[in-house]
Design a protein around this ligand. Structure first.
Ligand SMILES: NC(=O)c1ccc[n+]([C@@H]2O[C@H](COP(=O)([O-])OP(=O)(O)OC[C@H]3O[C@@H](n4cnc5c(N)ncnc54)[C@H](OP(=O)(O)O)[C@@H]3O)[C@@H](O)[C@H]2O)c1
Length: 330
């Protein structure tokens, strides 16, 4: 039997297990051009919550009664598609289910020489988001200050480490003293600010005495508000995500510095979606894999065991339980 997590009702505030129900149905059989996949790792992403909202993002929202959308990795159990064989490792929008019959064209075959956990993190969407967002949108130069929010999370922890490789001074924000200590002690950040400890403005000003040249914004909200005032002339604000607002019942008003400070400081504030750089993926993965092998990047993964725990783990992501990439092992 196949197990699926169904969105029972749309959350209006914080997402929790009460918004999901488990449904079982017989495992399907692939037709021509399709494969049967057994899910092995489920990626838990802040975007899961954004996709539950009624308004479309860069993809259509999940409707109540539908299986929860999600990115996952799996192993081919049976193939009726050319180029795919039993045992192949694949990933794609498999959804929150432990078996899937899918068009092979909707899946990507992955290289078994890498650890599956790395393929779902530093060598997957997470690493590519950090890589392209920082290097292609933020364009940091050696000696500049890079600030990143949600720095102890999946994307943020890689952004900071790439910025160090590029010779920048790196400051991160994270929730709690343990995460902040981890950033400076284990990941090589120059400074970290606990945004939950109060007076973020003063703490960030002290942590960035030369201002900020690139702000990699994973959160929006208060840290974005403050960061805009710390930006240097011709600074770049990389809009990657809006973590602080995904569970908000009423979205906060936009930052006070827009548009005034953008004009005065000639700032560039630019959003991106990782798929925008799909044509450069092979080069980016090769460079990330090289840094990983050379020990220049540490890949942190936070793995929750058991498909049945996916809804709880998603709620915990928004309580800050994870360090690095949050995955569910199915
Ligand atoms: N543009 C793209 O193509 C793209 C692709 C992937 C991801 N993203 C975005 O990138 C951002 C980071 O994603 P990720 O996968 O790396 O997730 P993540 O950072 O691992 O997300 C979880 C962390 O976010 C922090 N957090 C949770 N609620 C928060 C809140 N209300 N305010 C501030 N921080 C909060 C928590 O850390 P603390 O303990 O530090 O609070 C938590 O551990 C997200 O905004 C995501 O939507 C964008």
């Amino acid at each position: 039997m196949n197990r699926q997590w169904i969105l029972k009702e749309r959350p209006t505030g914080m997402v929790g297990p009460q918004h999901f129900e488990l449904r079982t149905s017989p495992v399907g059989t692939p037709a021509a051009g399709e494969v049967l996949v057994r899910t092995t790792l489920l990626s838990l992403d802040p975007a899961n919550r954004a996709w539950m909202a009624p308004s479309p993002t860069y993809k259509a929202p999940v409707l109540p009664g539908e299986m929860m959308h999600g990115f996952a990795m799996g192993e081919v159990l049976e193939s009726k598609a050319e180029g795919f064989a039993k045992g192949d490792l694949v990933d794609g929008m498999i959804g929150w289910q432990d078996h899937a019959v899918m068009k092979a064209s909707d899946l990507t075959k992955r290289d078994r020489r890498h650890r599956p956990e790395h393929l779902m993190g530093v060598l997957g969407v997470t690493g590519l988001t950090a890589y392209h967002g920082l290097l292609d949108v933020g364009m940091p130069k050696a000696g500049e200050t890079v600030l990143v929010s949600a720095a102890a999370g999946a994307v943020g922890s890689i952004v900071g480490q790439i910025a160090k490789i590029k010779g920048c001074r790196v400051v991160g924000t994270a929730g709690g003293p343990e995460k902040c200590a981890w950033l400076t002690r284990d990941l090589g950040f120059d400074a970290a600010v606990d945004y939950k400890a109060g007076n973020v403005r003063r703490a960030l000003r002290e942590a960035c005495p030369n201002g900020v040249d690139v702000y990699f914004d994973n959160t929006g909200g208060e840290v974005l508000n403050v960061a805009l005032f710390l930006m240097n002339l011709k600074g770049r604000v990389v809009c990657c995500g809006n973590l602080s607002q995904y569970n908000a019942e009423k979205p906060e008003p936009g930052p006070a510095a827009v548009p005034g400070l953008l004009v005065v400081k000639r700032l560039r504030m630019e959003g991106f979606i990782v798929m925008d750089f799909a044509d450069q993926q092979a080069k980016a993965v090769a460079e990330l894999a090289g840094w990983l092998a050379a020990g220049k990047i540490k890949a942190a993964e936070d793995i929750v065991e058991g498909f049945e725990n996916a809804p709880r783990a998603l709620a915990e992501l928004f309580q800050g339980r994870n360090r690095g990439k949050l995955l569910v092992r199915v």
